[in-house]
Design a protein around this ligand. Sequence first.
Ligand SMILES: [Zn+2]
Length: 91
Amino acid sequence: MVSGRFKSRTYARSQVRTPGGGNVLRHTLRKPKKAHCASCGNVLAGVARGRPAQLKKLSKTQRVPTRPYAGTLCSPCSRKKLIEKARQQQA
Ligand SMILES: [Zn+2]
C-alpha cells in the first residue's frame, strides 16, 4: 500500500526499471517551474531549472547568465533597466 502523501499529485510518478528487469512505479519530487522575468513575465533563457540540491551541483556560470539582473530580468528588460539607470545618473 502506498503511503498517504504519495496519493496526491504533489509528487510526480515515473516508471523505473529495476536491476532485476522489473518495472516499478516511483514517486519523485517534481521539478520547479521555469524562471520568469520580473518585468514582462517571459521565460528566462539560460537559467537552470531543478531542485536546490541539484542546482548546487552545477557551477555558478551554469546556473545563471553572468550579467546584472540575471535570474530576475530577461535580456531586453535588463538592457532597458541599465539604460534607464545610466540616464538617471546623468541628470
Ligand atoms: Zn522581461
